[in-house]
Design a protein around this ligand. Structure first.
Ligand SMILES: [Zn+2]
Length: 483
């Protein structure tokens, strides 16, 4: 799929599909007015007769419209210029492209997608994500990517940047969507290295022997039940003076989570290939940030394990010793992500970052609290948390802070060890998980993002196939593009 800027006469140049974005102010848009005139007033008539609408994500397809040399005209509703959420930029183009992805198209031309720099990049990325789905192993594909998408009146650099972001989102989605017999620690390392080829990102891989030497006892504890060996990957990108401390990005990479002896029921286990979405998010962000040459220093750390059951698997009541020396009592083997992250956070501290963010499909409790669209933010630093929240708002991705009062720490106090890996009972589970992680970040400003809701869709949305979404890749690439 190639994405280009187009500055020619789009009303005269033939296309396979012409997509026009409709807002509530469509009557004052020169582009839509000229399309309306060319079609003898058809667009206005469609809207007046409520056959087409600027309502968010409303798709109207018109086969071979008169007056415009296109095989298919698609009108996509983008809502109100003033009151629609900014997510509409990404989701609007994604919904339009998803609707036409049912067959192979050669040239798709996009009209009426103007906005701020971030909004334009979101539109370009959204179009790329909308036409890519989870049909990785189907002989007859469900979705087809067009050969070329042309953006009318959008400058070449914006299209190029949006394309890099779109590719990173699709890369993250693909890593998550790949089935767990294909995607396990070793293969995820191979994919990560392949994606970073030529970007200048330095990659260091710790195998099981190195993890033992580094005393990563929490991560290794989770890996005990699987015949697939664990890995830890450190990615370093230098975009600024090497003396400037990096931002560390840490990701949970449980390539399959059975729950261990605290086993999940079938329904809950079925989609557990998505439990490495945090690691895939870090890989996507690092790849796009490096390709876009952001002027920041970044360190990515991902911990990769499979959480299975065997004669060697960790048991309830086991005590693990984390890399930072803290001892952890295992009260639930399905609360394994925080064990993996504990050692990854400690490894990240080695790079002397001035701030850390971690991404994890960590708790069902976060989804109960915030729903499937919103990622939970938990932090020891209001400034860093607000910076993330603000950028996510600007990008139209949804996050919300949860409280981190000190009394939550009492709930994870251990009986025979320093801490235990779950709180007391079910309440506040997203927060007690974060308080557990806080034990491993020392004084470094840190924000934990629980993406358990938004990272994976059980059913398709108008703007995205079911499966992985690539949530927050865009927000963090945009954050690092800021000065
Ligand atoms: Zn689990």
């Amino acid at each position: 799929m190639q994405c280009d800027s187009y500055q020619g006469d789009w009303l005269k140049a033939p296309s396979d599909v012409l997509v026009i974005g409709l807002r509530d102010d469509w009557q004052t848009s020169a582009e839509i007015q000229s399309a309306n005139e060319a079609t003898g007033g058809m667009i206005a008539r469609l809207i007046e007769n409520e056959e087409a609408s600027f309502k968010p994500l409303k798709v109207t397809q018109i086969l071979q419209p008169q007056g415009i040399p296109t095989k298919l005209l698609v009108l996509i509703g983008l809502g109100s210029r003033d009151t629609s959420p900014t997510s509409i930029f990404y989701r609007g183009t994604a919904a339009a492209l998803k609707s036409i992805s049912v067959k192979q198209r050669s040239l798709v031309r996009m009209v009426g997608f103007h906005g701020s720099a971030i909004q334009i990049r979101a539109s370009v990325a959204g179009a790329m994500a909308g036409c890519v789905g989870q049909d990785l192993f189907k002989k007859e594909k469900s979705q087809f990517q067009p050969d070329v998408i042309q953006w009318v009146g959008i400058d070449a650099q914006s299209v190029a940047m949006g394309t890099q972001i779109g590719q990173a989102i699709n890369q993250t989605r693909r890593l998550v969507n790949l089935p767990p017999n294909y995607m396990y620690p070793e293969t995820l390392v191979t994919e990560t290295i392949a994606g970073l080829q030529g970007t200048g990102v330095e990659v260091e891989v710790w195998d099981k022997a190195r993890l033992e030497k580094e005393r990563c006892g929490a991560l290794l504890g989770v890996a005990l039940g699987s015949s697939k060996e664990p890995r830890l990957v450190i990615m370093k990108y230098l975009g600024a003076d090497p003396n400037i401390p990096p931002t560390a990005l840490v990701g949970k990479g449980v390539t399959f989570d059975s729950g261990g002896y605290s086993i999940k029921p079938t329904d809950g286990m079925l989609t557990m290939k998505c439990d490495m979405a945090g690691a895939a998010t870090v890989v996507g962000i690092m790849t796009a940030a490096a390709k876009l040459r952001v002027k920041k220093n970044l360190v990515g750390v991902i911990g990769l394990v499979e959480n299975l059951i065997s004669g060697d698997a960790m048991k309830l009541g086991d005590v693990l010793t984390a890399r930072n020396g803290k001892t952890i009592e295992i009260h639930n083997t399905d609360a394994e992500g925080r064990l993996v992250l504990a050692d990854c956070l400690d490894v990240a501290l080695q790079s002397k970052p001035d701030r850390i963010v971690d991404f994890a499909t960590l708790t069902g409790a976060c989804v109960v609290g915030l729903g499937i669209e919103i990622s939970g933010l938990m932090s020891n630093n209001d400034v860093w948390q607000s910076e993330i929240k603000q950028c996510a708002d600007e990008c139209g991705e949804y996050t919300w802070p949860l409280p981190m009062h000190s009394f939550f720490s009492e709930l994870i106090a251990g009986k025979v060890a320093d801490i235990k890996n779950v709180g007391e009972g079910r309440y506040g589970g997203a927060i007690t998980a974060a308080k557990f992680l806080e034990e491993f970040v020392q004084q470094c400003p840190w924000t934990h993002i629980d993406i358990a809701g938004p990272a994976f869709l059980d059913s398709a949305k108008p703007w995205c196939d079911a499966g992985a979404t690539g949530t927050l890749v865009r927000t963090f690439v945009e954050l690092f593009l800021k000065d």
